[in-house]
Design a protein around this ligand. Structure first.
Ligand code: ZN
Length: 492
């Protein structure tokens, strides 16, 4: 099992391997913690989670580092406006981000690094750039990278930078200029701003230098893979390469993975368009965490995903199908033995699933054989042709599907409960879908008790009471399914 992944730098599919023969050293740009993460951010983190989980499934060891940008233009501006320190301002957003990762079952990297805890390393890198003649200081005390010192600039994004203005400068952290400019490495302190008094002056780092310094701190001067959203390719990743390679004369990262952005209802997501959603917005609208995960990973990372609410509904029912099937398989009693046709079906599904993910993490193609297998197995159970050995083989396929997709175990009610708790504290109860309150009012135990009461009522031929209970539960979003094995219920 190996992975061939598109490499932005080489422009082709390249096999992923750990150069040191031990662990794959990878760096993924993390969040800037000044707000709650939106679904576009989380699509990127989820696709990197798919990468992580598939590599682990292939038996690879990982050393995955992610930064937390807890100092930048916006954080400085917002914390000053709120009259609190940087840390006081960013800490709740950092915690919210980590909580959101857990809600979406995104595995944490081996190392999370905060920018403000690595200032010394950034200062050292700027000093090395200055010694190499690639950094200069302006009158106000800020430091800039001299783009003309790195002729390979643009090799990642393949931009034509022939119109580059020599010596033109940009000092904001985020910019989308087609013409590249000398960019800020270190910004001199302005009155009232948080700053660090260092050997290169009193100030604070620019955004790009953070990632170069922290990646090299934990992964060395040259490492295996660097990942991030497509919006970071230029200028952020080009700048990381320029800063690092100018000092080390070694390739910074061998492989670059970029996750494409999503559209919402066919349009760019933006606050002004009214189609901007954080993860929490969706949970409060009543969508399940597992469905959001499934919807955001089911379109492969190199394709643009068009996010819609219909897509979330589809993801919800797809998950329901898998969960119901797994329960049926795990709780059923099957005769001993193996059915050769089902053994073959399980083996093929597993092989097709692995082949799809091995080919540039094609999550869409990876799903298909799993659902085919579920259909085949359901029919076999209906016809009493599924045997105990088949159950074990099929459960093993589901386990490897879930090692990457991770949607079968049902923690959705818990994730929603946490979102409601947060909404209450944050004064956002007005955003909560009304049926969500009703649904949350019922614990699993309370539902089980009502279902048992309804079964008893039916036995006593008290159909009025049985119907009343069914209707009461339906109003609260609980659906009952009568089957020959008894009554099953699920939350809508
Ligand atoms: Zn970065």
């Amino acid at each position: 099992m190996t992975l061939r992944l598109f490499n932005t730098l080489s422009g082709q599919l390249d096999q992923i391997f750990a150069e040191d023969g031990k662990a794959l050293r990878m760096y993924a740009c993390g969040p800037t913690v000044y707000d709650f993460g939106h679904i576009g951010n989380f699509r990127t983190f989820l696709q990197i989670d798919v990468l992580r989980r598939f590599l682990l499934l292939t038996g690879m060891q990982l050393r995955h580092v992610m930064n937390i940008t807890d100092v930048d233009d916006k954080i400085i501006r917002n914390s000053a406006a709120a009259g609190v320190s940087l840390r006081e301002y960013s800490a709740p957003f950092e915690q919210a981000f980590l909580d959101d990762l857990d809600t979406l079952r995104i595995q944490h990297p081996e190392q999370i690094a905060r920018a403000t805890e690595h200032i010394d390393r950034m200062v050292e890198l700027i000093q090395n750039l200055a010694a190499a003649g690639a950094a200069y200081q302006t009158e106000d005390g800020s430091w800039y990278f001299r783009l003309s010192a790195f002729p390979a600039y643009g090799k990642l994004s393949k931009k034509d930078l022939s119109g580059m203005e020599d010596g033109a400068r940009v000092d904001v952290d985020e910019y989308e200029k087609d013409s590249a400019r000398d960019f800020a490495l270190w910004k001199a302190a302005k009155p009232g701003e948080t700053s660090w008094d260092t050997a290169i002056g009193n100030g604070r780092p620019g955004w790009h230098i953070e990632c170069s310094a922290m990646a090299m701190e934990y992964l060395g001067e040259s490492f295996d893979l660097h990942a991030g959203g497509e919006d970071l390719m230029f200028p952020h990743h080009e700048n990381e390469i320029a800063q690092s390679e100018t000092v080390t004369h070694k390739p910074f990262a061998r492989h670059w993975m970029h996750v494409r952005f999503l559209l919402v209802d066919g349009r760019k997501m933006s606050k002004s368009e009214g189609n901007f959603y954080t993860l929490r917005d969706l949970l409060l609208k009543g969508y399940k965490a597992s469905a959001i995960r499934m919807a955001l990973i089911s379109v492969p990372y190199r394709h643009q995903l068009n996010f819609t609410f219909d897509g979330l509904v589809d993801a919800t029912s797809a998950i329901e199908r898998i969960r119901t099937f797994k329960k049926r398989l795990a709780s059923g009693s099957f005769a001993a033995g193996e059915n050769p046709a089902l053994q073959e079906a399980a083996k093929n599904a597993q092989a097709e699933y692995i082949a799809a993910l091995s080919n540039d993490l094609n999550t869409a193609e990876a799903r298909a054989p799993i659902f085919d297998l579920i259909r085949t197995a359901n029919t076999a159970i209906d016809q009493s042709q599924l045997l105990a050995g088949d159950r074990d083989a099929i459960l093993a396929v589901l386990a490897s599907f879930d090692a990457v997709f991770d949607v079968i175990e049902d923690n959705d009610a818990e994730a929603t409960r946490r979102a409601l708790e947060w909404a209450e504290k944050a004064g956002k109860l007005a955003d909560v879908a009304p049926e969500l309150f009703a649904r949350q009012g019922l614990t699993d135990e309370a539902i089980d008790a009502l279902v048992a009461e309804r079964t008893a009522a039916k036995k006593q031929r008290n159909f009025a009471r049985a119907d009343q209970i069914r209707n009461e539960l339906a109003e609260k979003g609980i659906i009952l399914e009568d089957s020959k094995d008894g009554v099953r219920w699920k939350r809508k």
